[in-house]
Design a protein around this ligand. Sequence first.
Ligand code: M6R
Length: 364
Amino acid sequence: EKGGHRHFMMKEIAEQPTVVGQVLDAYVSPDAHGIMMDLEGIDFAGIDRLSIVACGTAYYAGLVAKYWFEHYARLPVDIDVASEFRYREPPFAPRTLGIFVSQSGETADTLAALRFSEGKAARTLALVNVPESSIAREADVALPIHAGPEIAVASTKAFTCQLTTFAVLVVKAAHARGEIDDAGMVEMLTDLRHLPGLMSHALASDELIRAAAEEVAEARDVLFLGRGQMFPLALEGALKLKEISYLHAEGYPSGELKHGPIALVDKATPTVVLAPHDGLFDKTVSNMQEVMARGGRVLLVADARAKDQAGSGVWKHITMPDAPEFLQPILYAVPAQLLAYHAAVAKGTDVDQPRNLAKSVTVE
Ligand code: M6R
């Protein structure tokens, strides 16, 4: 049942090229020329704002989607953790589409946020893994994320399938709003078609990551940094690590480092930097130098170009394949998950059933 793996979590991490491929088969035509996604009349050209609501890892998927929707579709996005949403009684701008993200489709706060939004949002859309769940049934439109059953408490393949589903939705929105033309759409969909292969390539770093994780597991605190669309990955990497290894971990946008968290940096505190070579990479290099100047150990997860530019002084490198910028948050989920997994195994925790946590949080 674990497909030869010791834990469901590792099975689910390893399955990602396959399940992400399933998402693409469901939503992108084989020639990458068209999107097959029935939104039951939701037209992004008639939407002025998105309100994304979710908890935990699903929230971080929504946070990546915010960067994407704003950048590619020029669509403003509000995002909330579900437990903060309805009690605040947020006002809805006209023509707001509410998007609710939940693997289980049963998370109490997300369901309550959906119910609160009914009649206030123009339409409600759910991204769910369980098609017969409450959230899927109650939303105006439900989009399955096609991850298949996720057993481990720590969410892995649901996250990358949520992101892949969002990615297709972003392309659809960008096209409907005239931000990209047909050729631009085909280009983005073709990029997406490369994801399963890139993820397999990322999985091949497993041994290197395991070696790094065994050292990280000796620490008490771990910092994760990312900029722009990689910032939510820093949050996700920290959440994954704390959930299953019980190490204290915090994710920050790289630029926030000197506004507080740098006080934590010393020789004993590893800093994991998730930083593909992108337009913001120079700024990230200077953030890493600030960490290294204080004796901090930097674990750089980056492509070869970023690795070259980072120079000496980096404690460990995990090299990721080159990938189109759009896909990087999905790809970099893999090393973040593997790092948490191997740190937990090194610590001997109950990886699939970590203490104090439930797979589905059906009470407030
Ligand atoms: O089923 P949901 O996606 O609504 O669950 C949301 C969170 O409870 C969930 O992502 C949680 O944070 C995971 N344990 C993260 O690994």
